[in-house]
Design a protein around this ligand. Structure first.
Ligand SMILES: Cc1cc2nc3c(=O)[nH]c(=O)nc-3n(C[C@H](O)[C@H](O)[C@H](O)COP(=O)(O)OP(=O)(O)OC[C@H]3O[C@@H](n4cnc5c(N)ncnc54)[C@H](O)[C@@H]3O)c2cc1C
Length: 493
């Protein structure tokens, strides 16, 4: 298979062309991030002999670079200890609203119903969670504290749809927790008795065309040597997404290509998706992306975000991923944060005001917004903010105050005018991928199960239909990785 210069299906090998197998296992897992580790552990615990193939020299993947927030709820011990009431039903209602349009209802249902059990599974496999809440929305705690709001649960409109509860859990580790999470999952995978082949790329699937094109193995490459691996029960693809495959991004979700950075590693080259496509798999929601624009400190959100017409378009106190999706996908990457002297400070990423003027009229002119557009927006906003109201977007009263202390400033959040070194960049990851059942079984375009083929994590379209909350990727990767490994180990063949 050529590198990342291709977007279509990777060719499959027919089993009839295979002379002999070099390696064998019941279950072959491709990719050793959070989904692959959990798939391997679950398959081992279900009694299968497991071989894990990883192109890097060890486990980790993009999961190890992440913040480590894992979306779990429904009444976890951390939620209880921190005094938050939550139920699987409230979690379900929130996720169905926040992850749309058209989120995967069956996956969200089981994800919520079994979330507390998943929390206990992770702890039993060595991932500890401190019983604490960190009261700053959006990003992971810089401390070793655990729980944060991470999806706008407590802001409009979601606070009207489901009882708000924080659900993003970070393993007990100071700052970003992804590396620590993967250390613990790697240790658990090693303890499980999984066998490994590192520095090994999986390039093609092997199918049995005399048995409904069942997936029966994989072609791997070690240095320049091609080897054939038999999978007696099945192959689980947990090889990440496609954010690092520029051609695939341009084909499926071109606005993401305009982001200044990607929440991905080079393993996210779409190879897992393309191998499965070769075996007849369907791909869905390939346009869907998570994008982030963390505007912290949060006092900045007492300002207003405006588009190229000088109009507000969202409640600024919502989840920063929602701000970014709205800004990138629906405002064409054009947004500016307007603040006054009372609330201005640079973001934690060092982003400073791009325009500073003594009056709103001068600021409007300096930015090049239509005449009187920003002046009208600020006047309207101020009138109601003074009464603690936001009739347009329902920003919470605690974030409302008139912008009235000169000078006035604009932080330039437009996607094309970002300096990656100083700004809070739009960054993103892909959410589209293989169409799977909650069991991890991979479907073809007619929704038939492809025998012997399973997948989880960002190789699949998970629980996010288009919307996103921080913690969903590690959440559905670990959860559905377990389902896929378990099903691959036990499905009748
Ligand atoms: C800075 C940052 C912060 C983030 N923070 C969070 C967060 O707090 N919470 C959250 O939920 N998400 C977060 N994310 C997103 C999240 O980390 C990923 O979406 C998630 O880890 C994907 O897990 P995965 O198991 O599907 O893939 P990965 O962890 O990427 O694992 C895939 C593995 O497959 C290997 N591989 C790929 N192709 C092949 C092949 N052909 N043959 C063999 N091996 C292959 C790769 O080398 C890799 O090791 C963040 C991402 C970044 C970059």
């Amino acid at each position: 298979m050529a590198g990342s210069d291709r977007v279509g299906p990777a060719a499959v090998r027919k089993v009839g062309t295979v002379g002999s197998w070099d390696l064998e296992a019941d279950v072959v897992v491709v990719g050793y991030g959070c989904a692959g580790a959990c798939a391997a552990i679950a398959a081992r615990e279900a009694g299968a002999d497991v071989l894990l193939i990883e192109r890097a020299s060890g486990g980790g993947g993009t999961s190890a670079n992440s913040g480590g927030l894992i979306y779990m709820g429904g009444g976890t011990p951390v939620q209880q200890a921190a005094g938050f009431e939550d139920t699987p039903e409230e979690m379900y209602k929130f996720l169905m609203a926040a992850l749309g349009p058209d989120p995967d209802e069956a996956k969200i249902r089981i994800f919520c119903d079994e979330s507390v059990a998943h929390f206990h599974w992770l702890e039993a496999h060595g991932v500890p969670f401190k019983r604490t809440f960190y009261d700053e929305p959006g990003m992971e705690a810089p401390t070793d504290d655990c729980l944060v709001f991470s999806g706008g649960e407590d802001g409009h409109p979601f606070n009207l749809i489901a009882k708000p509860a924080p659900r993003a859990h970070k393993p007990q580790h100071p700052g970003a927790g992804g590396g620590f999470l993967m250390q613990r999952l790697v240790a658990a995978t090693e303890r499980s008795g999984t066998r490994f082949e590192f520095d090994t790329r999986c390039e093609h699937l092997v199918v049995d065309d005399r048995d409904h094109n069942r997936v029966v193995g994989a072609v791997i490459r070690q240095n320049r040597t091609e080897r054939l691996v038999r999978a007696r029960r099945g192959v689980v693809l947990t090889a990440g997404g496609f954010a690092s495959n520029h051609e695939m991004v341009l084909r499926h979700t071109p606005l993401l290509a305009r982001c200044a950075a990607f929440n991905a590693t080079e393993g996210d080259d779409g190879s897992g998706i393309r191998m499965a496509m070769g075996a007849g798999a369907d791909i869905i929601r390939m346009h869907a992306v998570e994008v982030a624009y963390p505007l912290v400190p949060h006092r900045l959100l007492r300002g207003i975000l405006v588009n190229r017409y000088g109009q507000r378009f969202i409640n600024e106190d919502t989840y920063f991923g929602r701000l970014a999706q709205e800004g990138l996908l629906r405002q064409d990457g054009e947004m500016l944060l307007i603040v006054d002297n009372a609330i201005y400070e640079p973001t934690i990423f060092g982003m400073q005001a791009a325009f500073v003027e003594e009056t709103v009229a001068d600021l409007e002119r300096a930015i090049g917004l239509p005449t009187e557009s920003l002046q009208d927006t600020v006047a309207y906003y101020n009138r109601f903010a003074a009464r603690g109201e936001d009739p347009l977007f329902h920003k919470r009263p605690s974030f409302l105050r008139p912008l009235s202390e000169p000078p006035y400033a604009a932080l330039d959040c437009r996607v094309g005018s970002q300096d990656v070194n100083v700004s809070a960049v739009f960054s993103g990851l892909t959410l589209g991928g293989l169409h799977t059942l909650p069991t991890g079984e991979v479907l073809d375009p007619d929704a038939n199960i492809i025998p012997g083929l399973y997948a989880a994590g960002r190789t699949t379209s998970g629980i996010a239909g288009g919307g996103y909350c921080t913690g969903i990727s590690l959440g559905d990767g670990t959860f559905f990785g377990r389902q896929a490994g378990q099903r691959a180990a036990t499905a009748s063949i």
